[in-house]
Structures are given as C-alpha cells and as structure tokens.
Design a protein around this ligand. Structure first.
Ligand SMILES: Nc1ncnc2c1ncn2[C@@H]1O[C@H](COP(=O)(O)OP(=O)(O)O)[C@@H](O)[C@H]1O
Ligand SMILES: [Mg+2]
Length: 405
C-alpha cells in the first residue's frame, strides 16, 4: 500500500479529523501532554501499550512523568510562550491538569495542531462561573446559584444561607470552596469573582467517567462513589461500582453523556455529581481529563481511563468500559505534620493484603495531604472490600524521612 507509513489526516463525516495510516502505531505521531503529574505518568503507562510517543511539560524537574516521557520539558504550564513552544514540537496536544495556558493551545490549534480537549472547552471549565452558567443554559441539572463579584455581593445574599461560596478561577482540591452556614460566616467570603450556590445536603457524591471521540461515539464507566476526607476536602477513597438504585444510576450516565455531547467534547471527562435527598442527580463540576475517580479502572475495567483517553483523542474506537471486579481506591496522602523526603511506611504490610495494588507517584518530597500515591483494592465481595479499605489505611503511611524533615 503506497500510503502506508505516511502521516495522513482524514476528514470524517462530521468535519472533524483523525489520524490514520501511520506505520508504527503511533510512534511517528508525537502526543504532547501539558502537565507531568501522576495523571501524566499513568497516561504514559497506557501509551506504552499503544506505542504512542509522549512529550510532557511540567514546571517541576522531578515531576512524576518526567523520567518516563520520551521527551520532557521543564517549564510553566500557564506561560504562553512555554506552552506554545512545547506544542510546536508535537502533532497532537492534550492536558492532564486544567490550569494551563489555553491561549497558547488555541494558537497551536489555529495553526493546524490537533488539541483535545478543545482549548475553548478547557477555558470554559477553568472558570466555575462559566461552567455553572453552561449547565444552566443547557438544561443540565445543577444546584441553583448566583454569580458574585466580591465579598460585598456575597454579604448581600444572606438570605441564601447556608450556601457554598466558590472562586471562579484557580480553585483546586478544595482551596477555592467554602461553606457559609450562617451570617457570622459571611465576612470570610472570598473577595473575588465567584459564585454562591445552594448547599446540597447530598446523600452521596458520585462520578461518571465518560469518553467521546471525534466521531461522536461515547462510552461511560460504571458509577463511582467518592468518600471524602472529613477535613482535607479531598477524596479519601472511592468504591466502584457504586451501589445506587437503577433509576439514579441511569440518570447519572444520561447526564454525563448529555454533558459531553452539549460540549461536543473529545477526550475523557470526569463528571462529578451529587445525589440530592430524594434521589435527584445534580452536576457539581467536571474535569476535562483522566481523574482520581478513575484510577481503579487500570486494574478493574477492561479498558483503563488512560487508554480510553488516548483512544478518544486519537480518533480510535473506544474501549470496553465494563468493570470485571468490584474495586476500591484509597488515596495515599502525605501524613499531617510531615514535610520532607518521601518515605512510604508499611509497604510490606500493604503488599500482604490480597488484592491490594499500590501505585506510588514518585514525588521526592511529601507534605500534609499531598497526593503521594493510591492503592487499588480488588475483591469480588463488597463486604471484604470495605474491610480491606480499613486494612490499607492502617497499613501504609506517607511520612518524611526521620531526621531529614
Ligand atoms: N453545592 C454544594 N453543596 C454541598 N457540598 C458541596 C457543594 N459544592 C461543593 N461541595 C463540596 O465541596 C467539594 C469541593 O467542591 P468542588 O466544587 O468540587 O471544588 P474542587 O474539587 O475544585 O475543590 C465537593 O466535592 C463537595 O464535597
Ligand atoms: Mg471537585
């Protein structure tokens, strides 16, 4: 075949593009990942199976993905020139964190690079105000809210309390979110553009991971239930599949698919939702990338979320999302009071637990609540899973090396 081995871009029915005809699957297509954290590192694990060439950009020389990327560039994710130059050397760009310079990605896209997810969608998701407005405009169910420009505007909304005050931009892992219960809390409201949203006295927090490729094919993963750390505002562990009434599960999947379709999104997306009292499902927020709530898919599903993301952005058929074994996932967070060189304590005890599979992120320094790794637990018996979550939590701690902290 004459065209074999040539790099071709084939227009598809819907006017989008995909890659085809590459000789080595996909070594001659250079995929650039903006961000080199643990998500980038796990994306590389999946890229190895598909023989995809990966470049990664991250501000930290010791980023988790750095030793494993074919090409690693140290640099800022939010600086226009850095992201633009990084992208120049790639054919297809994607992200593993949403706080990136979308102007640079848009410029690369305008010059003919393929960028998934679309930079305009990343920009929309970066701002919780725009994101919430999008749900409202598209009839996607979400907690009612008002936009606020500053603290004074929050203070004028005392009748909405209790409510959740969120910063529009730069909130991450709970830092830009706070609950205002009574009028006495109003003076700690964020003094920056944000929103004030109804407090949902939710029964559960769930997530659906969904992928969409440029052909418009979608695939959802079984529901995940997130169990949050009581004080750190981070997922402490999750259980999949979540044990929800069928109507609620169906509704959650429907909302996830409607969201990617409304956005004409390409790639993998995590849709975080609340199960409100009475069973109504409300979208909280979305993440335009592989997500913490999908780590278990590496071992528990036929296709991992990382491989699925690659399939989607490469314009390939999506993989089988079925889960073959019930799973739990425990985040390994840096222990309180420990800052310094990373030590994983109790690894031997952990590895003695049948069905427990650690994943250490390779971060050289730990600090309180930093995501340092996770443990996936597989067990066909749900009661055993719950028990093993406790065993794992008791077995392993991430501390700073003694004397060096
Ligand atoms: N409207 C709400 N009602 C009740 N709890 C909320 C609400 N919004 C957020 N939360 C809680 O705060 C957590 C963090 O909020 P979220 O908007 O997901 O921000 P981020 O993940 O960016 O920190 C949620 O996972 C949830 O536990
Ligand atoms: Mg969140």
């Amino acid at each position: 075949m004459g065209s074999e081995g040539l790099f071709r871009i084939l227009p598809l029915r819907n006017g989008l593009f995909t890659f085809a005809g590459m000789k080595s699957f996909y070594r001659d297509l250079r995929v650039g990942v903006v961000g080199g954290g643990q998500l980038g590192r796990m994306l590389i694990q999946a890229a190895i199976d598909l023989n995809v060439h990966i470049s990664a950009l991250d501000p930290a020389a010791e980023a988790p993905a750095a030793p494993y990327a074919h090409r690693f560039v140290q640099g800022s994710l939010t600086d226009y020139d850095t992201v633009y130059q990084f992208g120049q050397a790639c054919d297809l760009l994607t992200i593993e964190i949403e706080n990136v310079n979308t102007e640079a990605l848009a410029a690369l896209q305008a010059e003919g690079k393929t960028v998934y997810p679309d930079p305009a969608i990343i920009r929309l998701i970066q701002d919780k105000r725009v994101q919430k407005q999008f749900y409202r405009d598209h009839g996607l169910p979400t907690a009612d809210f008002v936009l606020v420009e500053n603290r004074a505007e929050v203070m004028a909304q005392a009748d909405r309390l209790p409510a959740v005050n969120k910063l529009g931009r730069a909130g991450y892992d709970g830092r830009g979110v706070q609950v205002l219960r009574t009028e006495a809390d109003l003076d700690k409201a964020f003094d920056a553009p944000g929103l004030l949203e109804d407090l949902v006295p939710f029964e559960r927090e769930i997530a659906v991971i969904v992928a969409r490729n440029p052909q418009g094919e979608t695939a959802t993963y079984p529901l995940v239930e997130m169990v949050f750390h009581p004080t750190a505002n981070l997922v402490e562990y999750l259980i999949a599949p979540a044990d929800l009434p069928v109507v609620q599960a169906v509704r959650a999947h429907e909302i996830a698919v409607q969201t990617v379709e409304a956005l004409a999104y390409v790639g993998l997306m995590a849709v975080e939702m609340f199960v409100a009292p009475g069973g109504e499902i409300l979208i909280n927020e979305v993440a335009p990338r592989p997500h913490n709530s999908g780590h278990h898919s590496i071992r528990a599903c036929y296709t991992s979320q990382y491989e699925q993301h690659l399939r989607a952005i490469l314009g390939m058929p999506l993989g089988d999302t079925r889960q073959h074994t019930p799973a739990a996932m425990v985040n390994l967070l840096g222990a309180e009071g420990h800052t310094g060189p990373t030590r994983y304590q109790g690894v031997e005890k952990l590895l003695a637990i049948p069905g427990a599979y650690p994943h250490f992120y390779g971060k050289s320094t730990t600090k309180p609540y930093r995501k340092m790794g996770h443990v996936t637990i597989l067990d066909p018996d749900r009661a055993a899973l719950d028990h093993k979550v406790e065993q794992v939590k008791a077995a392993v701690q991430v501390v700073a090396a003694a004397g060096e902290a």
